[in-house]
Structures are given as C-alpha cells and as structure tokens.
Design a protein around this ligand. Structure first.
Ligand code: NDP
Length: 291
C-alpha cells in the first residue's frame, strides 16, 4: 500500500484567484518532492477550527492569505522572530506536536524588488497603500533596505497610523490617510490593498506618481490588474504585478516545509507567458473539510 502524500495548501477568503497550487506543484516537481497542495476557501469565523482540523487530519503546512494572517499568528504555538514582529503569519507548519508560524512575505517582496527587478530602495521614498495583513509582513524588511521614508496610507487612517507606530523603532515610517495624501511623488508606490481582486483602484492622488515612479501591485492577474492600468495612465516609469513576490515568498515557505530551496527563475519565466499551455489555471477548491 502506498503511503499518503504530505498535505499542504493555501487558506484564504477569497482564495480562488491564487496560483500557489501551480507554483508549489512546479517546485515539488523540480525538487523531486511528493506532496499535495490545495486551495481552502474558509470564512474568518471558521478559520481557527478549520486549521486545527487540517492539522489533526495529518496536514503538514498551510500558506495563509487574506484576510487571515493576523488570526494565523494568534493560533500558533510558536512564532519566528519575523512573524512575531509582523503580528501576521503566512506560513503555518505542523510537526505532529507544535503549530509554528512564519512570515515570508517581506523576504519575498524584498527579493523581487532587489534581485528580480534590480531596484534600489536605499535613500528612496516609498509609499505603501493599504494596512492589512500583507503590509504587516513587509514593513520591517522594507525598512531594512534603508528608504529615506516609508509612508503607509490607508482608507482607514487610524489603522495605517497604528500599524506604522508599531515599527517606528526600526526606521522612518509613518501612517496617514489615503485621500489626504499630498506628499509629492514617490520613487516606489506599492499597492497592498485587496482592491485589485474586485477590479478597483484605491483613491491615490495623481501627485504621488511621476515619470520615474515604479508602481508595484502586490496583486497579480493574467493580463493587467486595474492598478497597473491606472499606474500606466498616470505616466509612471514602470508598472509591475506581484508575480515575483508570489513566487519568492512561496520558495521561502517551501524551504521551511521541505528543507530544500527551489529555483524560482524558471517558474517566474513560465508565469510571464500567459498563453503557454503549460500555465494552467489553479487547482479547483478543496472539499469543505480541510483534512
Ligand atoms: P487584507 O484583507 O488583510 O487587507 C486588505 C487591505 O486593503 C486593507 O487595509 C483594506 O482597507 C484595503 N482595501 C481594500 N479595498 C480598498 C480600496 N478600495 N481602497 C483602499 N483600500 C482598500 O489583505 P492582505 O493585506 O492580506 O492582502 C492585500 C493584497 O496583497 C491582496 O490583493 C493580496 O492578494 C496581495 N498579496 C500578494 C502577495 C504576493 O505574494 N504577491 C502576498 C500577500 C498579499 P481597510 O483597512 O480600510 O479595510
């Protein structure tokens, strides 16, 4: 009788847009690891119970996406230093005894910005729009890159200000209200809102963008996201979607789970060819019971 494959997945709400099953499937093939990786669409009120069920049923690891990252941090038995600092978890692991939480979002974003896109953050002005779970994970790693300032702008200004206040010991970060933003142009503007998932663009003042601004959408889609289209219309220098962050944070999670680091270049190259038949739609959602 063949042994049951190790089970992994991504849990979110919504989650059908996620390409993580495709990416982890490519990583598993590339590294010769045998595992399954599924999508789990779970509403916030069921999150804790469903995660515990998944691990009780033999699951080994879960990626966590919106809106569950802070809730994931709250259910862990132990947290990595970067997850504790973020107050948010995107990678859960279970060893049969302890649920451990880590956060690979910041490392994934930094690797994409620096290694894949060749950007310089040191002494640059950086604006993040949004103040949710993903932003929690990227503030400290962005501050490590030494920007002259990091502004977090949210449609809920108190949320953006409170979030920034948690990180002021690490560098020049502050929060403000999105519609009141009148701070001139930024070198890097990161859209970390979930607006792209419904084809919307946050109300970002035009003055935030000039001809050298790099506009980065954490969201990703086959074809342009609404934010990338908006950024081009503002005359930005470069507009990029979050495929690179997605693949890099996934590689870091894969290494945590399997102890082997997959090579990301080939996966990213494939994802940049939307018409390649090898780039298939994400796997269907897993059945309601996560185990
Ligand atoms: P959350 O649900 O935790 O937070 C969403 C944030 O978006 C909130 O701050 C919310 O504001 C804000 N928001 C939503 N709609 C609007 C709008 N129309 N205008 C202004 N603000 C808005 O999500 P996450 O932080 O986990 O994820 C955010 C995005 O980043 C998602 O699109 C996700 O897919 C993407 N992401 C991509 C990754 C990658 O690897 N490429 C990794 C992680 C995330 P409020 O606080 O007022 O509710």
């Amino acid at each position: 009788m063949s042994a049951r494959l190790d089970q992994y997945g991504v849990i979110g709400h919504p989650v059908a847009h996620s390409w993580s099953p495709f990416i982890h499937g490519m990583f598993a093939k590339q590294t010769g690891q045998e595992l399954t990786y599924r999508l789990y669409d779970v509403a916030p009120e069921q999150f804790r119970e469903r995660v515990l069920d998944f691990f009780a049923g033999g699951g080994r690891g879960l990626n966590v996406t919106l809106p569950h990252k802070p809730a994931a941090a709250a259910l862990c038995n132990e947290l990595s230093a970067r997850a504790e600092r973020a107050g948010a978890v995107n990678t859960l692991s279970f060893d049969g005894r302890v649920i451990s939480g880590d956060n690979t979002d910041g490392a994934g974003l930094a690797r994409d910005l620096i290694s894949n896109l060749g950007l310089t953050i040191a002494r640059r002005r950086v604006l993040i729009v949004g103040a949710g779970g993903a932003v929690r994970g990227v503030i400290a790693p962005l501050l490590e890159l030494d920007p002259v300032e990091l502004v977090i702008a949210g449609r809920s200004p108190e949320r953006a200000q409170a979030l920034a206040a948690e990180f002021t010991d690490l560098g020049p970060v502050r929060g403000c209200a999105l519609p009141e933003l009148s701070l001139g142009a930024f070198d890097l503007l990161i859209n970390a809102t979930s607006a792209s998932l419904s084809g919307e663009v946050p109300e970002i003042p035009h003055e935030a963008v000039n001809a050298t601004t790099v506009c980065y959408d954490m969201a990703y889609a086959k074809g342009e996201t609404a934010f990338v289209r908006w950024a081009r219309n503002q005359g930005c220098g470069r507009a990029v979607q979050g495929w690179g962050m997605l693949v890099e944070q996934a590689a870091e999670s894969f290494q945590i789970w399997r102890g082997i680091r997959p090579e990301t270049g080939a996966v990213l190259a494939l994802l940049s060819q939307p018409h390649n038949p090898a780039v298939k739609k994400p796997s269907p959602l897993a059945a309601p019971t996560a185990s």
